[in-house]
Structure formats: C-alpha cells, structure tokens
Design a protein around this ligand. Structure first.
Ligand code: CA
Length: 229
C-alpha cells in the first residue's frame, strides 16, 4: 500500500475478477488513492478488520465468503467503515439486502470509473458530516432518556429511546426489523405490530412537530434515519 496523497483515500478493493480489479486499481491509483486488494471474501474480511481503511469497494459475488456475509460480519464486529457494494444485477432486492447488511451505497456493473471515484468521495463526505454532527439535527441522551431536536427537549420512554439510539448509531444505514426488536425488547422479544406501534409513537414525538421527517420506513426490511448530506 503506497502513501495516500492529501486528497486520496485508502481504498480496500475486494473483488475476485482479475480484469475488473486491475481496472479499478489502476484508475483509482491514478486518481491519487492508495489501493489495497483482496480477491476473496475471507482474506477481504481479515484485511478490513485490521482497519486503516477509509472506504471498501466490495463485490457482491465472492469466493469463500460472499459480499453480503462479509459486510454483515464487519458490522457485527463494530466496524463502521463505509462500504460501496458492486453488484452484477440491478434488482431492488439485491440493493435492499445490501443496505440491510450494512452497505452504504452500491454500483451496478458495468459502471463508469469516474462514477466510482465520485461515489467514493461522496460517501466519505457523508460519513464525515455524520460523524461531526452525529445524526444531524436529532440527538439522544440515554442517561436522561431525552431526544433533542432543534433545541427542543423530547422525553422518550425506554423503548422509544432504545429504538432511536439504534437508528442514530447506524444512520443513514437501514436497521432491520429484527435488530430493532432485539435491541429494544431484548430476550423478551416482540412482534411486528408492537414495533410498528413504538415507531409510530416515536415519529409523533421526534418527526411530526418538525418540517422534515427523519425516520424512514423501508418496506419489508426495516427503518433508517435520514441524515442531511
Ligand atoms: Ca465476483
């Protein structure tokens, strides 16, 4: 891995197709990024877990461990590094599954190299803006179980607070229904109707009184918190 230029990113490319990998590597390196490459999912995950990577370009179809499983394991290990997923098919299902497993953006093959570079830079800007503002205009303090939005203090119940906390921590990624239920109700569990009721009440408190709704429903998958770019 060569030293990055000031504007360059440290890019980990996980792609098994040699010609595609070589094209991406050459292009991004010419654009000033420092490249690292793994050709299968297991070595890619191991490399990603070592850290020191600004962004991961991850192929969906990989030998040994596919892109979705890799992304899930990375998130389970607590790594928030932005992931741009490469897919061969432009289906909504693939896209939603990618987002549900923690991908931040995706590109369908074949794509223009310039678009890949632009998407990577946009992804990094978004991530940095989020880290600085931590969820933008909405915040939550678990100690006082109080949300804050536009200077207004909004007391929440324990369940509402747990749901908002999860959404904020993962924003702008989707949090699946199952994860929200597990995070808020724990071992006790809950059904979809209970989750929907709590999210509805949370929206009435933190979204309804304001101009821009932030909690978005992703049908059949989960919820996500919209964050200003
Ligand atoms: Ca592949």
């Amino acid at each position: 891995m060569s030293l990055p230029t000031p504007s360059g990113l440290r890019v980990l490319l996980i792609e098994d197709q040699h010609d595609i990998a070589a094209n991406i590597w050459d292009f991004l390196e010419r654009r000033g990024h420092a490249m690292d490459h793994c050709a299968d999912g297991v070595s890619g995950l191991a490399r990603a877990l070592q850290g020191g990577v600004d962004v991961i370009v991850l192929d969906l179809g990989l030998p040994r461990l596919d892109g979705l499983a890799l992304c899930r394991r990375l998130r389970e290990a607590g790594h928030g590094v932005p992931v741009l997923m490469l897919t061969a098919r432009d289906t909504l299902e693939d896209k939603l599954r990618g987002y549900a497993e923690g991908a931040d953006d995706y590109l369908v093959k074949p794509f223009a190299m310039r678009e890949l570079d632009a998407r990577l830079r946009a992804l990094l800007r978004r991530t940095h803006a989020m880290a600085a503002g931590h969820g933008g205009p909405l915040a939550y303090d678990p100690r006082s179980m109080t949300a804050t939005r536009e200077g207004r203090q909004i007391p929440l119940t324990r369940l509402q607070g747990a749901l908002l906390d999860l959404l904020l921590r993962e924003a702008p990624r989707i949090v699946t229904h199952a994860r929200l239920i597990e995070g808020a109700w724990g071992a006790q569990g809950a059904d979809m109707a209970a989750l929907q009721t709590q999210v509805y009440e949370l929206r009435m408190l933190v979204d309804k009184p304001f101009a821009q709704p932030l909690i978005r429903s992703v049908r059949g998958v989960g919820y996500r918190l919209q964050v200003a770019a």
